[in-house]
Design a protein around this ligand. Structure first.
Ligand code: PEP
Ligand code: MN
Length: 351
């Protein structure tokens, strides 16, 4: 990490960048209000930090041995206020360091009328962002794979409904990108690109999605440590895209026998992640529990733990849903959750 002096010139910055590139690394240049911080991307052992420290305009140059320095609190400290949390903004919606943001909608986009009705009802319930899967990751090849699976035409049609619903009800939209081949297509229609738990480790997908210059919602793999989640989000940051929203969605339950919940919601991950990075973190209680009756309590618990938002699956008639019906809440239930979480947020912050 190279911290430039407040009066460093553009020429000074470019000299450091050139030196980093000459050694076969890339340079991530972050310009704060007062200072510029340059993060080398690649094997830092190839750089002579002593030499860099003597370059004109350089205040400090030192190797940072963490796998996720570009998203770390230490990096942000030089750019703004100490301990500042980043806000990821989509229009006038800001995720991070403020009121919780609620992402809601069906698990899968099933038809235009289904999506339009859910969009209208979740908006009325207080949701800020609309979700809906067009490409569904499924354990069985025999179950519904999302409308995107049948052809590119039907994928594009479903994506266009999502766009239309978002525009009509004034909500940004988010959908999962499952493979590199559809990254550009999805980027044309949505505001936030979502990388699902199963793909958290797919470096090539992370890089390709990061290059679309849209906010990225990265879900934690159900077998991943917090360090892995942070390290893989660094692949997105290393492309110059720091609009990353991290999502805790439950990890694999332990022990033999019935586990009662689909996964184990790791609530402590929220404050732990906040301690390590300036990126916002949200919780998905729907996939974490798989149970409608637990969504209210787990949403409240997440907000109390400091989550910057929630992603909740919702449907006007969960029994009709082709995917994940048992974990979906109705828009009425969603409204109660949003109201309770709003109150809780103020209670906990003002304490
Ligand atoms: C989803 O949010 O649609 C989803 C499939 O979740 P996850 O990737 O966490 O399983
Ligand atoms: Mn689902």
């Amino acid at each position: 990490m190279i911290i430039m002096k407040t009066d460093a010139t553009e020429e000074d910055i470019q000299r450091v960048v050139a030196e980093i590139e000459r050694n076969g690394l890339r340079a991530d240049v972050s310009r704060g209000d007062y200072m510029t911080v340059i993060g080398p991307v690649g094997d830092e052992r190839r750089l002579a930090f002593d030499r860099l420290a003597s370059f004109p305009g350089v205040r400090e140059a030192a190797m940072v041995e963490t796998p996720y320095k570009l998203i770390s609190k230490a990096y942000a400290r030089f750019l703004g206020e100490p301990g500042a949390h980043k806000r990821v903004s989509i229009g006038d919606i800001h995720i991070g360091n403020g009121e919780p943001v609620i992402i809601a909608g069906p698990c899968a986009v099933e038809s235009k009328p289904q999506l339009m009705r859910i969009a209208e009802e979740v908006k009325a319930a207080g949701a800020h962002i609309l979700r809906g899967g067009v490409f569904k990751p499924r354990s069985s090849v025999h179950s519904f794979q999302g409308l995107g699976a049948s052809s590119i035409e039907s994928a594009e049609e479903a994506l266009s409904w999502l766009r239309e619903a978002g525009d009509k009800f004034d909500m940004p939209v988010v959908t999962e990108v499952r493979g590199e081949s559809v990254v550009e297509l999805v980027a044309r229609y949505v505001d936030i690109m979502h990388i699902g738990a199963r793909n958290m480790y797919d470096q090539d997908l992370l890089v390709e999605v990061a290059r679309q210059h849209k906010p990225v919602l990265l879900k934690r793999h159900f077998g991943a440590s917090i360090e892995e989640l942070l390290s893989f989000s660094e692949y997105i940051a290393a492309e110059g895209n720091k609009d990353i929203i991290l999502c805790e969605r439950g990890i694999v339950p332990m022990g033999k026998g019935k586990s009662y919940t689909r996964y184990t919601l790791d609530i402590a991950a929220v404050p732990v992640i906040h301690n390590e990075t300036y990126l916002p973190v949200i919780v998905d209680p729907s996939h974490a529990t798989g149970r409608r009756d637990l969504i209210f309590d787990m949403s409240c618990a997440s907000i109390a733990a400091g989550a910057d938002g929630l992603m909740i699956e919702s449907h006007y008639d969960p029994s009709e849903a082709l995917v994940d019906g048992p974990q979906m809440v109705t828009p009425d239930e969603l409204k109660d959750i949003i109201e309770a979480c709003g109150k809780l947020y103020h209670l906990v912050r003002e304490h």
